[in-house]
Design a protein around this ligand. Structure first.
Ligand SMILES: [Zn+2]
Length: 138
């Protein structure tokens, strides 16, 4: 795979240096079976150093996960070798099935079919709380 020229795929750019692996894991990219390149500590004019993830396949990525891990990232959609869409990330208001509630008394512990939903309650401190029991996620 030529990491500089993706024909159809997704490039996640301006990831804070050191966060690419966490993002890779949370996006489930280890299980998708398509070429993925991770570039760490690339030089960036904006941030000094940054990480980049290049996905050489037109697969759906969960933008909420990217916004949660790194609200400063940008997502470029590549079609026929050109950027067709550039998306700026922000902290999502709702996170579904990304975090798991750690409260043993939470209803999600007994009701396995319930989705794990967290709501952003404090954007400055990046605080998410379980919508069922209000337990803090981090
Ligand atoms: Zn809970």
């Amino acid at each position: 795979m030529n990491i500089d020229s993706i024909k159809n795929g997704v490039v996640i750019d301006h990831i804070t240096a050191g966060r690419a692996m966490e993002l890779y894991r949370l996006l489930g990219l280890d299980g998708v079976g398509v070429p993925v390149a991770i570039i760490t500590n690339a030089l960036s004019s904006k941030k000094g150093k940054k990480d980049i993830i290049k996905i050489d396949a037109d697969i759906p990525v969960d933008l909420d996960v990217i916004g949660f891990v790194d609200p400063g990232a940008t997502v470029n959609m590549i079609k026929d070798g050109a950027v067709v869409e550039k998306k700026k990330m922000k902290l999502p208001q709702i996170l579904k099935n990304v975090l798991k509630c750690k409260n043993p008394r939470c209803i999600t512990t007994t009701e396995q079919e319930l989705p794990h939903v967290f709501r952003l309650t404090d954007a400055d401190h990046k605080t998410y709380r379980c919508i069922y029991c209000e337990t803090k996620a981090k």
